[in-house]
Design a protein around this ligand. Structure first.
Ligand code: AMP
Length: 308
């Protein structure tokens, strides 16, 4: 079993969907990744920053799931990062209403000593120079570095983003972002171009339409589970990344064959995330529910065709 180092925001979110509205609740990419990966009973640590206003019970809830929080800096007198978003009726698109960086504006991540030898590193969506600084603090090259990013960094810090992309093994990105990054409409061509930028593996997420895994000429498709109830897609991408890296950390196998399973685990975890507001569903998830849903994934995709 490998150790998983996670970097990402730990935040307050306020969310509005066609089904309701929340006040400030627990959010942040690091939180979703950590909660999702913790289902794999691995050693993991979240590196992040919060303000003095961040309730200790939230940190305790992460610790109760065996997540090391010693890398979450608490800034005296500081305010925690706050993000607010409103989803449109299709739930695939959203408007960001508020982004208050607060303590995240001066975030200088410090990797805990006992995680400088982590085998797997998950770089959640943050400024690319922050992501690079984490890579540079590692004692030796991790077995696998996974990077998540978004269009905001392509618009504002493209050169730094290209620098960090060179250093990673896997990039997870959504379809529109892959197109923006490469200027290619075809996702196959976009993946080829991203390979040329560095990553051997490219995961392109397509929301409710699943995810594609590319590794050279190998392509694999993981569906998203058709769900009866979708309340809040916030954090689905991060939860996917947590499932993906949690499974890889548990198995320590970075072959394409195993990565296909990791993508399925990612989709599986994300399917739970969207069923309730915020982190609620992930906080109350059982192993049985995860296994039952994996079976549904198998049933959904298995078919027998005899080629004549
Ligand atoms: P996702 O739905 O996968 O895009 O992730 C949503 C989470 O990302 C929310 O919980 C936010 O707190 C967090 N988030 C939104 N914007 C940023 C940002 N600029 N930097 C870091 N985290 C962010």
């Amino acid at each position: 079993m490998g150790k998983l180092l996670i970097i990402g925001s730990v935040a307050f979110d306020a969310i509005e969907t066609p089904f309701g509205k929340t006040d400030k609740i627990l959010g942040g990419a690091g939180t979703y990744i950590g909660l999702s990966a913790s289902q794999f009973d691995i050693e993991s640590s979240v590196v992040s920053i919060v303000g003095e206003d961040f309730p200790d019970p939230y940190l305790q809830m992460l610790r109760d799931r065996n997540i090391d929080t010693s890398g979450i800096e608490i800034v005296k007198g500081g305010k925690t990062f706050f993000w607010s978003g409103k989803y449109h009726n299709d739930l695939n698109t959203r408007d960001t209403l508020v982004t208050e960086l607060n303590v995240l504006a001066d975030f200088n991540p410090i990797v805990p000593d006992n995680y400088k030898d982590a085998e797997i590193v998950m770089l959640g969506n943050l400024h690319p120079s922050i992501q690079l600084s984490v890579i540079n603090q590692m004692e030796k090259r991790p077995k696998l570095i996974v990077l998540d990013t978004m269009n905001f960094w392509m618009d504002n810090t493209l050169n730094e983003l290209i620098e960090v992309i060179k250093e990673v093994d896997v990039i997870t990105i959504n379809d529109e972002e892959a197109r923006q990054l490469t200027g290619e409409y075809s996702l196959v061509r976009a993946a080829q171009k991203i390979h040329e930028m560095g990553p051997k593996y490219v995961v392109i997420k397509k929301g409710e339409h699943g995810a594609l895994l590319f590794n050279g000429d190998n392509i694999f498709f993981a569906p998203a589970l058709p769900l009866e109830e979708v309340f809040d897609p916030t954090g689905a991408g991060d939860t996917f990344a947590g499932g993906f890296t949690g499974y890889i950390a548990k198995t320590e196998d970075i072959s394409f064959t195993n990565m296909k399973n990791a993508v399925i685990y990612g989709s599986n975890m994300a399917s739970f995330c969207v069923e309730k507001f915020g982190t609620q569903r992930l906080e109350n998830l059982t192993k049985n529910e995860i296994d039952e849903r994996l079976q549904q994934f198998k049933t959904l995709t298995q078919f027998e065709i005899e080629l004549t």
